[in-house]
Design a protein around this ligand. Structure first.
Ligand SMILES: [Zn+2]
Length: 195
């Protein structure tokens, strides 16, 4: 139980951050009673629940904050749910509500991406829509153009620049985050047992 290195837990970086984000969405799992109840039943195996889960989610987040902030935003935007179940009970409710984590991450990345398109004629609305599209929001270039009152050509060009910037950023993010998890010994090394 002592020492700086953790036992391998996750098969890759994506599994690690998806787990940490999903865990933090579940308020239920943080309550003392829930922790007490899950302790006995799920305290074995890879331990991705209950008390162990809380600690492991914290360990993953500790590595997330060690990489560059914009890179961390890219991982969070890629792996958090875009929307969460809504239980407000209003008759007009769609039963879904935007996940504030995803909204915050994409909004901040939109501001970061300003460097990619320059200060020129880019509007924040196009950058935000392009950023959301890159991270999985179902939006066509035409819809972005219509929404931002620009030509399809302008929307397409700006989206292409932002996409290139974000793709590069996300690539570095996965590389550096995987590196951090490996240093911390949190990834399962399959090669060691098979050689
Ligand atoms: Zn609602």
């Amino acid at each position: 139980m002592t020492g700086a290195k953790h036992e391998g837990i996750f098969k890759d970086a994506k599994e690690a951050i998806v787990f940490a984000l999903h865990f933090s969405d579940q308020q239920y799992a943080k309550s003392p009673m829930a922790m007490f109840l899950t302790r006995g039943a799920h305290g074995s195996g890879r331990g991705l629940s209950g008390l162990d889960g809380s600690g492991q989610a914290g360990m993953v987040m500790a590595e997330v904050i060690r990489i560059h902030y914009a890179e961390a935003l890219a991982l969070i935007a890629r792996c958090s749910a875009k929307r969460l179940r809504c239980t407000c009970g209003s008759p007009c409710c769609s039963k879904w509500t935007p996940n504030p984590i995803w909204t915050m991450a994409t909004s901040q990345l939109c501001d970061v991406s300003l460097t990619a398109v320059g200060s020129g004629m880019s509007s924040r609305a196009i950058r935000l829509a392009s950023t959301e599209k890159f991270f999985g929001q179902k939006l066509s270039i035409q819809e972005i153009a219509d929404f931002c009152s620009v030509s399809r050509k302008t929307a397409g060009e700006q989206h292409a620049k932002i996409k290139e910037f974000l793709k590069d950023l996300e690539g570095r993010a996965w590389f550096n985050f995987t590196d951090r998890l490996e240093i911390a010994g949190m990834l399962i090394r399959e090669h060691e047992s098979s050689v």
